[in-house]
Design a binder for this molecule. Structure first.
Ligand code: MN
Length: 394
């Protein structure tokens, strides 16, 4: 018998689907959240027949289970862990661990792509176009390469994953992958996915107007309430407000927090760890403990939302030699401009002491300290006219 413990997201379930294609009724598959994996590993070690071959994909055990699994492996070498998260690289020290973040030419791996290779190499599964195409869509979604490649099909696959239950999704995909020569959506799904896309877009637009900024510990966080689309939100809000270190997404009903960052130098698994949670460098979660409640809810409840930068400007542009104008909620006006190889900021015509090596740094400072946003062209023009009038009357 085989058993697979995998993550409950698209990449994790992708592994489960491949496992079922390869082993059929010979494999038992259990999908887990990051936190429930260790309970399942404990269950395997205590209750399952020790001859059961265990796969773990897209997730990694805690330190204690890492030891327990290794002990088990000494007597029963029937464990294979396959993961692609940087945070799991230390598991490569074990014979049963295989963790690879990047493949050739910097291609980012996913658990599904690694597991597919493993199954094919070990003759558990034969390659087939439909399966390879499915695996590639999962990989692109999980690594967000789809966005760079503008591969909307990958995003749609994840939307479909959330539109139905995991069981239904598994069943649909198993049928499609075993019967079709190429992977595609049918006409009904395409229409449904189109509507779903619009819905996600509207949802994100609304959340952009609700997010508040808070300094929590040493980090600047964006705090927003949302029950759905956490990956999309984390990514979109992270890019819109890139001066923030990370986005905290609060699910009040579920009493959970998701932490997402788009930055390589912020590790949100550490932040989740301070509230008893965990996860990966760019995506993690914790429960909403009393301490977390105080930091993220109580201390931020009175705050006004951040404002987005003006989008369709032709004159008030970032990194302009003429200067760029920002405003904050107290109606202070800021001018950012280059001066002798540095970038400087004026606040209501008074020069701030700080100097910056790049425009990005000056803007980050401005947004962190003052929650300022890029104003629309009409305000920029108004400012210029006032300046000209002032200069000509002198
Ligand atoms: Mn993954």
């Amino acid at each position: 018998m085989y058993k697979l413990l995998s993550h409950n997201d698209l990449d994790g379930v992708g592994c489960g689907i491949l496992a079922k294609l390869a082993f059929g009724s010979e494999i038992k598959v259990r999908y887990n959240s990051i936190s429930s994996l260790n309970r399942e590993i404990g269950f395997y070690l205590e209750k399952d027949d020790p001859s059961t071959f265990l796969f773990i994909t897209d997730l990694s055990p805690n330190e204690e289970n890492e030891k327990n699994l290794n002990e088990h492996y000494q007597d029963h070498p029937n464990i294979q862990l396959i993961d692609h998260h940087k945070t799991a690289l230390h598991l490569n020290d074990y014979e049963w661990g295989f963790v690879k973040v990047e493949g050739v030419e910097g291609k980012l791996e996913s658990a599904t792509s690694l597991f597919y290779e493993y199954l094919v190499e070990n003759d558990f599964l034969e390659t087939k176009d439909a399966i390879s195409e499915f695996v590639e869509l999962v990989r692109q979604y999980d690594t967000w390469e789809w966005e760079k490649n503008n591969n909307h099909k990958a995003h749609s696959l994840n939307s479909l994953f959330f539109l139905v239950s995991i069981d239904e999704f598994e069943e649909m995909m198993l049928e499609r992958l075993s019967q079709s020569s190429h992977f595609d959506f049918d006409e009904f799904e395409k229409r449904l996915l189109h509507m779903e896309d619009d819905k996600i877009e509207r949802y994100i637009r609304r959340k952009k107007r609700e997010i508040v900024q808070a300094k929590i510990g040493e980090y600047y966080a964006g705090v927003v309430y949302a029950e759905s689309y956490h990956s999309e939100l984390g990514n979109e809000l992270g890019k819109e407000f890139s001066h923030l270190d990370y986005i905290a997404i609060l699910n009040m009903g579920g009493k959970r927090i998701s932490y997402r960052t788009i930055h390589d130098d912020v590790d949100v698994s550490e932040i989740a760890g301070t509230y008893g949670g965990g996860g990966h460098q760019k995506a993690s979660g914790s429960s909403l403990s009393e301490e977390a409640y105080n930091h993220y809810v109580l201390d931020t409840f009175h705050l006004e939302p951040l404002r987005e930068d003006a989008k369709r400007n032709r004159y008030n542009l970032k990194e302009s030699d003429f200067g760029t104008i920002y405003k904050n909620k107290s109606d202070d006006l800021f001018l950012v401009y280059p001066e002798e190889e540095k970038w400087v900021i004026e606040k209501n015509k008074n020069r701030l002491d700080e100097q910056f090596a790049s425009f990005e740094e000056s803007e980050k400072f401005l947004k962190r300290q003052y929650e300022a946003w890029l104003v629309k062209d009409d305000m920029f023009v108004e400012y210029l006219i006032k300046e000209i009038n002032r200069l000509s009357s002198n």
